[in-house]
Design a protein around this ligand. Structure first.
Ligand code: HEM
Length: 252
């Protein structure tokens, strides 16, 4: 059995990461019939600080794609089964997404300005996280889950989702202090998102939409979360980030 291809034919060569294969949101994983989960998934952080910053931008986004899927499933279940254990799982999902935001955006302003932002702007001048199709259903699911739970039972979830909004703001403020985001500069902040833009976002971040078997998906998810954790062990940010990743890895 051959090793997975590391670069897709449609992508770019800015980072050496295995393509993340994901079903479209709402589509179930399929059963595995050929042991493909045994193919090694090799993810290692480069030593050079600038290369590592680019690697973190992409790997952190892969982590976010995987966490969004977990979060979507947890919130969806919560709307049908308002249960305290599920509330903790969904709150853990928001906390893990906050870790991915901080990890992705952990570069200096200079590296973001000189290296990372120009890659997105060259790919598409209006490039935006709004195009992330796995994230799109989450705000409505959160509202439904909170309504099903009532405000007291939803408290841990509300706190984690609020902290997550602050985490996004913190990254934006650190990397784009003048507030002039690519989205604002493009004048497309209020324009509805198209399928072509959703596909562009996947393409930029080396995500391929296809049928994916449950074991392969789980193996790739473990590889991504463990790679982030190992990088943070070597080059720490905040200690609580590794606690959150550890809790998520144990939970899954
Ligand atoms: C790991 C995931 C994410 C990271 C690291 C991140 C980080 C950032 C950064 C650095 C900017 C400034 C962009 C620039 O250079 O112009 C930004 C802008 C923005 N992001 Fe995200 N983002 C993420 C996910 C998302 C998602 C899922 C959404 C979906 C709603 C989103 C919505 C936005 C919006 C609307 C802006 C523009 C805000 C404004 O103009 O005030 N982001 N984000």
């Amino acid at each position: 059995m051959s090793a997975p291809t590391c670069l897709p034919s449609w992508g770019h060569t800015w980072v050496d990461l295995p393509v993340l294969r994901l079903p479209l949101p709402g589509v179930e994983l399929i059963p595995c019939d050929n042991g493909c989960y045994q193919i090694p998934i090799d993810i290692s952080a480069p030593e050079d600080p600038v290369d590592r910053a680019v690697h973190r931008w992409f790997l952190g986004h892969h982590g976010a794609f995987l966490v969004w899927r977990f979060l979507g499933a947890s919130l969806d279940r919560l709307t049908r089964e308002p249960d305290s254990q599920l509330v903790r799982a969904a709150a853990l999902g928001y906390d893990a997404y906050s870790v991915m935001l901080a990890y992705s955006g952990s570069c200096s302003r200079e590296v973001y300005d000189d290296v990372i932002r120009p890659k997105m702007a060259a790919f598409d001048p209006a490039f935006s996280g709004r195009w992330a199709r796995d994230y799109e259903p989450l705000p409505a699911l959160l509202r439904r889950a909170r309504a099903a739970l009532g405000s007291a039972a939803a408290e841990p979830l509300s706190a984690a989702s609020k902290a997550n909004l602050l985490a996004h703001m913190e990254v934006m403020r650190a990397l784009v202090p003048d507030g002039q985001s690519l989205l604002r500069e493009s004048g497309k902040a209020r324009v509805p998102i198209t399928d072509a833009e959703r596909a562009r976002f996947d393409e930029f971040f080396l995500v391929s939409r296809e049928n994916v078997c449950a074991s392969r998906y789980a193996a790739h998810r473990t590889a991504v979360l463990s790679a982030v954790d190992q990088d943070l062990a070597k080059h720490p940010l905040r200690p609580e980030y590794r606690d959150t990743l550890g809790r998520l890895l144990t939970h899954l």
